[in-house]
Design a protein around this ligand. Sequence first.
Ligand code: FMN
Length: 190
Amino acid sequence: MKKFALIIAGVMVVGVAAGYLFLNQMSVGKEINMIDKKVLVAYYSYSGNTKKVAEKIKNITNGDIFEIVPKKAYSKNYDEVVALAREEKQKDVKPELVDNGNVKDYDIIFVGTPVWWYTMASPVRTFLTKNDFTDKTIVPFCTHGGGGASSTYTDMQKLAPDAKVTEGYTSYENSAKDSEITEWINKLKL
Ligand SMILES: Cc1cc2nc3c(=O)[nH]c(=O)nc-3n(C[C@H](O)[C@H](O)[C@H](O)COP(=O)(O)O)c2cc1C
């Protein structure tokens, strides 16, 4: 009888352990679920902050990464870029890109940008208008210098009206944290 009870207890311990491992596996991974969905992390970055966030997202999601690069490089002089970007925003300029990218094979497209004059940087405007986002999910993120995301995400939805645009991840300059990014992605239930 004692032996029987021990066997039952053993089976229960193994069952609980297996259940724990299973649940653990499920929660680690939005990444794991997202393997079924094809993920692209597309970003533009002038001075490197947004690039760092893009790389963190790439590592967490196992997605592909695509850098949005304007054909004509922006000046290294910050003040010149600030002035040009203001003009580009006013005139709704969409600068030509080295490569427009192709979102056709992806389900989820993370789109990252620095905030330029309260909205996305001009090259990201080009990327959004040169691709077809029908039935795609755009997961936006941005870095800023103190003013927050401003109109960045609502403007993205306007440029890609056919996409589902989720809640974004907004971080100040170079302050993005892996843990915050993981929490954000898990919360989105992609
Ligand atoms: C042209 C230009 C315009 C900017 N406009 C804003 C703005 O409207 N609001 C804000 O908070 N930061 C603004 N910034 C600061 C950047 O958003 C911030 O430094 C960002 O992290 C830079 O990202 P990056 O290193 O990926 O280029 C601007 C920077 C530049 C160069």
